[in-house]
Design a protein around this ligand. Sequence first.
Ligand code: SF4
Length: 356
Amino acid sequence: MGARHGARMIPATYERAASVQQALHALAGSSGSSDIRPIGGGTNLLDLMKLQLVTPSRVVDVSRLPLDRIEAREDGGLRLGATARNADTAWHPLVERDYPLLSAAMLAAASPQIRNMATNGGNLLQRTRCTYFYDSATPCNKRTPGSGCSAIGGLTRHHAILGASEQCIATHPSDMCVALAALDASVHVASVRGERVIPFGAFHRLPGATPEIDSTLAADELILHIELPPAAQFAAHSAYLKVRERLSYAFALVSAAAALEIDAGGTIRAARLALGSVAHKPWRVEAAEAALVGARPGPEAFEAAAEALLQGAVSQGQNAFKIPLARRTVIRALEAAAQGTVDNQGNPRPHPETQA
Ligand code: SF4
């Protein structure tokens, strides 16, 4: 196996892990001089290898490990296996029934072919789609630390309005992760050193002075599964709205995940809100959700939530439009969620239990 660039091949050995332990022992050998990567669906890693943006010496195939199950937890939550495919996750009856926000977000992503291949773990680890990152002829701090950021002062239509640094203004491209952030997921990982749980909000990181590091996952760690706490209370009022250049197979300019629990008296009892494609990680702000709790659904509460969520937003030039666009997207997502649950095109989505 090798990565092609012009006529030059960079060799990488391929091995299929027969067990989780075998995969962890293989990853334990990863170091600065020996980059060993797990591969699931390969929908991002192989692109990166072809462009020589990532040049592992070994890839360890984890796609056939028994980590592909989607299972109910005893507490009413859900466990999503790391190697379960995105399509299988989005269409799973328990995801559709209790986590329609996640289902809608996942079905807004990529193309059916990619969703059939891409794994849940890989979705979390996909790299930014900043065009300069993929163009090795240009400086990029994320690709080559210390080389500079070509996006600053360059083409910034898709770049961050929140949480950026002087070293990097890239955004995280995932739709799934925006819903997972809103739903308070946690990421369960393992290495030969043991297992640990990473709250979703601490999994991805802001670029700061080290934009080459996307997440808090160590090089020798493998994602085992993602856990979702019970969220059936949000199933009747959720919306994932993705604004993009074309209707399918496009990354978001801005996306918003909104979920509300509305009591019998019409007051918001609990709220979840996150923005996608505006920062280096899904963007969630406690004060934005607090602005909704105890309020009646309506313009006043929705505008207050949007304002809190976008506090500190700054333009990087060409992406100035994203600030008002994000505000409108949040408000529209909240309006849709208040009315019921919608699919990612904003169409009403009958709850599975009420379908004929
Ligand atoms: Fe590289 Fe980040 Fe700058 Fe894009 S925004 S060129 S990824 S450093």
